[in-house]
Design a protein around this ligand. Structure first.
Ligand code: HEM
Length: 145
């Protein structure tokens, strides 16, 4: 009887061990799907950058920025962070933002514009939170004063 139990437990452990990589791959994929794949991410980035450029708190930072290339870099970055089939190939966050003099208030303002963009695009909250949780640790590389 005891050995039957042990066998069942062993089997259960094997099944769980086999399923974990699949379920985490599905969860990753789901965030990308929840964003509406590449087209949905592009739409979020368009809205987000639109809000940033008309946000008096931070628009001046972007006065000389090539906006189409910024949008394309952000789209790749967000797509990658949400588990989509994209790779961000631009420079590191610290080298891009070094010398821009970004402070914490500016960082928070930009994040609030991103949230507004995701809300307007009806991105589900767990996908929003997943992206924000990936971007939050970048703060220390972006905020320099
Ligand atoms: C989590 C927050 C942020 C992320 C993920 C992020 C990401 C990026 C990315 C991917 C680029 C394009 C890099 C390239 O391909 O050259 C970029 C550029 C830029 N970012 Fe950020 N950024 C963030 C926060 C901020 C903040 C708070 C500011 C200022 C308020 C800012 C100002 C800029 C500017 C001005 C550029 C363009 C630099 C240039 O024209 O060369 N960023 N950012």
């Amino acid at each position: 009887m005891r050995s039957v139990h042990i066998n069942l437990i062993r089997r259960a452990v094997v099944v769980v061990a086999l399923l974990v990589p699949f379920t985490s791959a599905i969860a990753k994929n789901t965030y990308y799907q929840q964003f509406g794949q590449k087209a949905g991410i592009k739409a979020v980035v368009n809205r987000f950058v639109g809000y940033v450029l008309s946000d008096r708190r931070i628009s001046h930072y972007f006065a000389t920025t090539d906006i189409p290339s910024l949008k394309s870099a952000l789209t790749d970055q967000f797509c990658q962070e949400e588990g989509g089939p994209c790779t961000y190939t631009g420079p590191s966050m610290s080298s891009v933002h070094r010398g821009l003099g970004v402070n914490e208030a500016a960082f928070n303002a930009l994040v609030s514009d991103l949230i507004k963009g995701m809300d307007r695009q009806h991105v589900p909250l767990d996908a929003q939170n997943n992206l924000l949780s990936k971007l939050a640790p970048m703060e220390s590389q972006i905020v320099t004063r």
